[in-house]
Write a protein of this length. Structure first.
Length: 443
């Protein structure tokens, strides 16, 4: 185990984006867990590290030393791991059939060696590194400019070709098959997904700057490991652990933003009372209550919020929150065995849903529908769902999108929801939705 990182507060103010741009030029493996372009609360983390395997042995039940360390006002992450966990690794571990995927089992992770933590409520910046490296790292951070240009490399939307895994007609037919399976009692809900691929090389940094500018999110992020980049504007926190408490915040239910204030408010109100969306959401809440009960103390599971409307630049979402107290000895491995893949990306019952989706989708999801974020040495953990995201490899960029299907689903509405979710990530790549998906009839 590498030595714990030492941390200190910087007296200087630093712009997170400026630090990220300087660091990614110097390091091939780099991360930015991004609270948003105009965040006024929460934390962002920028840094680098060495490739590592999934840190499954980290305990989450907040032993005494971790509780004492967390009692001060410092950042929630001072050392540990940052990375992503792919969908197929979780589905395989849960006993579901999976399509062949190129992802390394357990995803890709960095053991943090240098870290800068930004407290958006106060503007305070912390730096952390090995004691022998802390002065040099602090100097690197303070030399970065306090501002950065808002000018992003221009891209003409529609200048890049898009390949869709399914046509809208094919996706609608799959929705019909989902409804047949639900009618037969094989599942109650199925999170059906598809994929859009933009061939060719892409500037991952430029693409991320456009994505975060257009659709800032509280769990955005850029993680590049081994030449592969995950760019995310995720609005969904999958798991958070701290002080021995584990929380999950499933999203089920989406509406686009309106053309004006009145239309926007009407769409949010419609989402809040939609019977299908509420049923879809509460089924996942029940699933996540069951998942957390496998690693939490009996009687500690709570639904802290049910059917809350949260609004983002591109969409309104229906969000619930479930929490529980970690049982003694609970590790990250145990939590993943109990809860991953997330119910919001599978459906219910989970194993039956994943088995059905393997047959319906016919191809791997990869990093999409997985999760990304950090796991701290002290048992803290904050992981977001890989949705509203882009995965860039040498040959292409991939955007996944989907939605939960219930018996009351209307195919045209579900197709439109996929288009709503995929449009902003594709635009950041310089691509438009394929013509059939962009049809006004569907949207």
């Amino acid at each position: 185990m590498p030595e714990p990182l030492s941390a200190r507060i910087l007296l200087d103010r630093v712009a997170p984006e400026a630090l990220f741009l300087a660091l990614e030029r110097a390091c091939s493996d780099v991360f930015w867990l991004d609270a948003g372009a105009a965040a006024l609360e929460g934390w962002s983390f920028i840094g680098t590290g060495a490739p590592s395997s999934f840190p499954g042995e980290v305990r989450l039940d907040a032993p005494a030393a971790a509780r004492a360390a967390a009692a001060d006002a410092g950042p929630p992450l001072r050392g540990g791991w940052v990375g992503w966990y792919d969908y197929e690794s979780g589905a395989r571990a849960a006993g579901a059939p999976v399509a062949d995927a190129a992802d390394v089992p357990g995803g890709a992770w960095l053991r943090i060696s240098r870290l800068a933590a930004f407290d958006h409520a106060t503007g305070v910046v912390w730096v952390a590194a090995a004691e022998a490296d802390l002065d040099e790292w602090g100097l690197f951070v303070t030399r970065v400019a306090t501002t950065v240009s808002d000018d992003h490399p221009a891209v003409q939307v529609g200048s890049r070709r898009v390949e869709a895994r399914h046509t809208p007609t094919e996706y609608a037919a799959l929705i019909g098959r989902c409804r047949e399976l639900i009618r037969a009692g094989t599942a109650y809900q199925l999170c059906l997904t598809t994929r859009f691929t933009v061939p060719g090389a892409h500037d991952d940094v430029a693409v991320y700057r456009r994505l975060r500018s257009a659709t800032p999110a509280h769990h955005g992020g850029f993680v590049r490991i081994g030449g592969r980049s995950l760019l995310s504007a995720s609005p969904e926190q999958f798991l958070r652990a701290g002080g021995g408490v584990i929380r999950t915040r499933p999203i089920k239910g989406t509406r686009p933003r309106g053309a004006d204030a009145a239309h926007d408010a009407a769409l949010a109100s419609e989402l809040a009372v939609d019977a299908k969306e509420r049923a879809e959401n509460v089924m996942i809440v029940d699933l996540m209550r069951n998942d957390l009960s496998r690693v939490c103390e009996p009687g500690s599971i709570r639904v802290d919020a049910l059917w809350a409307i949260e609004t983002y630049p591109a969409v309104h979402q229906l969000v619930s929150t479930v929490s529980g107290k970690a049982a003694a000895g609970t590790t990250a491995n145990a939590l993943f065995e109990a809860s991953f893949p997330a119910g919001s990306m599978t459906g219910a019952p989970k194993l039956s849903a994943m088995t059905c989706l393997h047959d319906l989708e016919g191809a791997p999801r990869g990093v999409y529908a997985g999760c990304f974020g950090y796991i701290g040495d002290d048992g803290s953990l904050d992981l977001a769902m890989v949705i509203r995201s882009i995965v860039i490899d040498g040959a292409d960029a991939v955007v996944g999108a989907g939605g939960g299907i219930t018996w009351r689903s209307v195919a045209a509405s579900e197709v439109a929801e996929v288009a709503t979710k995929a449009r902003a990530p594709l635009a950041a790549l310089g691509a438009e939705m394929p013509a059939a998906w962009a049809s006004d009839i569907l949207n």
